[in-house]
Design a binder for this molecule. Sequence first.
Ligand code: ATP
Length: 135
Amino acid sequence: MKTIKVSVVTPDGPVYEADVEMVSTKAESGELGILAGHVPMVAPLQIGAVRLKNGDQTDFVAVNGGFLEVRPDQVTILAQSAEQANEIDLERAKLARERAEQRLNDQKRDNVDIRRAELALQRAVNRVNVSERNV
Ligand code: ATP
C-alpha cells in the first residue's frame, strides 16, 4: 500500500516523523482518515489522539489541538504540545486530571478559570487514554 509522510511538530520540536499508510484523527468537524493522495486541506484539530497505521503496527500520539495540513504526499500536524504514547508520564497525567476535576468542583471559580480547567481536564484525559492505547 502507498504511504504518506507524517510529521507532528510542536514549538519544542518534532514529536513524530514516519511514513504511514493511514492517519486517523478528530478534526473540529469530525473524524478524519487520511491516505496517500488525499486532496490538500487545512483543518483545526481537537484535543485528541492521532492514530498512525503502518502494516500491523499502529502508533498513537496525544495532540493538544492545533492544525492539520494535508498535501498529497505529506501530513503535517502543528500543535502547542504533543506526546507519543510511550513518552507520556501516566502518573503526571492522572495528577493533572485530578487537579482539573477538583477545580471544576470548586463552585467559587469564575468562568475563565472554569474554561481553563476544562481544557486542562481534556488534555489530561487524552493523555491517559493515549498512554493506555484506549483510543
Ligand atoms: P501538567 O499540568 O501536567 O503540566 P499540562 O496539560 O498543563 O499538564 P502542557 O502545558 O500541555 O501540560 O504541556 C507542557 C509540556 O509538558 C509539553 O512539552 C508537554 O508535551 C509536556 N507534558 C505534559 N503532560 C505530560 C505527560 N503526562 N507526560 C509527558 N509529557 C507531558
